[in-house]
Design a protein around this ligand. Structure first.
Ligand SMILES: [Zn+2]
Length: 342
């Protein structure tokens, strides 16, 4: 292709890009006019905020240097334009509600109400709760293995999957931590950290599902299973972080791995005679239904509870049941191995 053709292609693409990011809400002319007015005056209706007196690097637009915006406000990246967008959105949504119209998305997100500067307080609280349930499950698993069940002569556990569940617990807690951070303030960095940790967790649980369901105990065989999945997941995370944060592609990758993992557990629960297989069934069904919430996206009730928040709520009881399955699996394997020894 000649140079000018490349240039034409680039121009076409750059015209299409803003269209991809625009939502119904921010295409609304009343909203647009409000944001424009606000950026000039620093006020929406009677509400005025000081950010509009500062430029984006925190320096005052006019006035002496000591009028710098405090650091604790700068790091949150609340600036004039994001404050204007937020308050214009609330004002516009209030008007829309009065005439009985349903909420619309703004810049790709539902209109959430902030609480103390936290963007999605319900999702943050639920992420924190998930984190604590994961921690409880992880600790109780290790107490069971190292203090309640018998150990081998070399102080190792009889259960062959101890190390794998250990990594799972750490990845899960890491993922919930970044989920809480991301929902309290979404900027590019927190979003990437949340997405990357979620993908890493999903990839690892997929490996774990295959290893446990097929009883892969041999070290070399485990590496053979894990290596291609780790390579794929790593490539995907690098792609999201350093090439393009493609939401559609990420959704497809996560859905494919999630469904493959759930199928692995479900088939195993169907064919094995595991004493706790009903717990597997409940978790697989529950996760499947929760996934529907992620796909069927609805606007937040009272500005707080949306489909994604409910998805996080659903994983709390499922996580509890999940760790109780893991503990019973450890007991089951240990007693089987001990019977063999005797
Ligand atoms: Zn989330």
């Amino acid at each position: 292709m000649a140079h000018h053709q490349w240039f034409a292609l680039f121009l076409t693409l750059s015209c299409l890009l803003p269209a991809l990011y625009a939502s119904d809400g921010d295409a609304d002319p009343i909203y647009k006019a409000c944001v424009e007015h606000c950026q000039k005056t620093g006020c929406v209706e009677n509400k005025c905020f000081q950010h509009c007196n500062f430029s984006s690097d925190g320096k005052p637009v006019d006035g002496p240097w000591y009028l710098q915006e405090p650091l604790y406000l700068q790091w949150k990246q609340w600036d004039c334009s994001s404050d204007c967008q937020y308050h214009c959105m609330l004002a516009r949504e209030e008007e829309r509600e009065k005439v009985g119209e349903k909420p619309v998305k703004y810049h790709g997100k539902w209109p959430f109400r902030r609480v103390y500067g936290i963007q999605e307080p319900v999702a943050v609280a639920l992420s924190a709760l998930n984190l604590s349930i994961q921690f409880h499950g992880w600790v109780s698993f290790f107490i069971l293995l190292y203090y309640k069940l018998p150990l081998r002569a070399d102080k190792k556990t009889y259960y062959e999957y101890t190390g794998l569940w250990h990594i799972y617990g750490i990845l899960a807690m890491n993922s919930w931590f970044w989920s809480a951070v991301f929902h309290s303030r979404d900027v590019e960095l927190t979003e990437k950290l949340d997405y990357s940790s979620a993908v890493a967790l999903l990839g690892f649980t997929f490996i774990l599902a295959i290893l446990r369901a097929f009883s892969v105990r041999d070290e070399a065989a485990r590496v053979m299973v894990a290596a291609p999945i780790i390579a794929f997941v790593t490539t995907h995370i690098l792609y999201l972080n350093f090439y393009k944060l493609d939401y559609g592609l990420n959704m497809k990758v996560c859905l494919a791995m999630g469904v493959a993992e759930l199928l692995t557990w479900a088939i195993w629960a169907g064919v094995s005679h595991h004493p706790s297989r009903w717990k597997l069934w409940v978790v697989v069904l529950g996760e499947g239904l929760a996934l529907l919430l992620e796909i069927y996206d609805f606007p937040p009730y009272w500005g707080f509870v949306d489909a994604h928040a409910l998805y996080h709520a659903a994983s709390i009881p499922l996580t509890y049941l999940w760790w109780s399955f893991v503990r019973e699996d450890a007991e089951f394997r240990t007693s089987t191995l001990l019977k063999k020894v005797k």
